[in-house]
Structure formats: C-alpha cells, structure tokens
Design a protein around this ligand. Sequence first.
Ligand code: CDP
Length: 239
Amino acid sequence: MTARKLIIAIDGPAAAGKGTLARRLAQALDLPYLDTGLLYRAVGRRMLDAGLDPETHPADDQARRITLADLERDDLRVPEIDRAASLVAAQQKVRAILVDTQRDFALAGGGVLDGRDIGTVIFPDAPVKLFITASPAARARRRWEQLAADPAAPDREAQIARVAAELQARDTADAGRAVAPLRAAEDAVHIDTDHMTADEVLAEALRIVRERTGCPGSDCPGSDCPGSDCSGTGRLRAV
Ligand code: CDP
C-alpha cells in the first residue's frame, strides 16, 4: 500500500504540556514538528520591535515578513511576547496569512502541530486530534518552573500567582476571540495531564495514535502496514 503521511493535531490552553508532548511524539513517530505558537510570537515580536501596539495596530504587514530567523530568536518566550502574540493572534488577517505556512509544513511529509486551532481550522481532517489540558494551578507551576525561576525565591507563591493570572487572562482572550477561538474539535481526544508524567502522557498519546490509525505499533510490518494513516516508515517505536 502507499502509506499516507500522518498529521497529528494538538491543541489546548497555555502551558498545558502541548509542546513537550508534541516534540516527543514527533520524535517517536519520526515526523516533523511545528510549534505554531512561535509564528504568532514572532509576529508579536516584530510588532513590538517596530514600536507598534499589537492591541490597536494591524499586524498583517509584519506577519507577511516572517522568516525562519524570526522563529529562531531567543526572546520569543518572555511575558511581553505572551501578550503580544495573543493580541496579534486575534486578528483575522494575521491568521489568514499564517494558514498556508502551517498547512504546507505538514502536507508534504506529515507532521505534529501544536496550537489552539489545529484540529478545528488548520487540519480539521487530521486523523489524530488531541486536546491537552491541566488545572490552572498545575499549568502555572509548570510555566513558572520553565521560566527558570529560583525555586527558593521567598516570594515564590506570589510569582506563581502572577503566572497563573497571566495564563488565565490569555486563555480567556484566546477562547473568547471571534476568529479561530481556542476550543477542542468534536472528535478530539482529551488528555488531562495534571497527574501524569511526561512519559505517561506520551504513552497515552501513542496508544491513541495506534487506535485512531490502526497502526500496530512496534510490530509494524512497514510497507504492508494496515494502518490507514501510517507515517509510512514502519517506525512507530515501542513504548
Ligand atoms: O506556549 P504557550 O501555550 O504559552 O503559548 P503558545 O502556544 O506559544 O502561543 C502563544 C499565543 O499564540 C497563544 O496565547 C495564542 O493567542 C496564539 N496562538 C494561536 O492563536 N493559535 C495557534 N495555533 C497557536 C498560538
């Protein structure tokens, strides 16, 4: 059979564990990975660098100018860009410009994409859609740890509370916007990662991939694979 290329859509609120899962899943399945949030972050970065307010100024010009170098900047994961990204992401024209970039990325060789609207807008026909959630408290703690904060900081709890408030504000904006709001596709499988390790989340995701695609996993016979959406490599590794 001619294997089709597998597309896996991963959506969910901020800091729920989408990125960690998406990266590991892509590695396990030998698929390319795209963190679509980086696209919006790069547009937000360009707006701030140009002295333009992303809340009031159209960002489509900046979205058209995004290059690989913009995505590789090391100042995209900072609080001011969290907010700027969410603001430009609410602009219809910005989203329209970035649709093709996201689709083209995975159409050739398949891929794992994580974001807010992958299963609902970018790849509504993806055979595997995951919606990753965690409680606000778990998400705030994880994001605080990612920010390389000092675990012994005397105002640790206050810092975590500030992160929680930022996540809450951004999720409310992302879920409430008119275009491509954050929501689970009807056929998405939900995974609540609150009490799961990263390994457990990966194992569960791989189980869902096998179930959804008919792929037999580590026993994959390669070119005779019965999986309807096999990645084509016969390389769904054992977990
Ligand atoms: O890593 P985190 O979950 O905090 O955010 P991100 O995935 O990097 O996304 C940053 C912002 O970009 C989000 O708050 C959304 O407003 C926007 N975004 C979006 O609208 N659609 C996507 N597919 C990905 C991100």
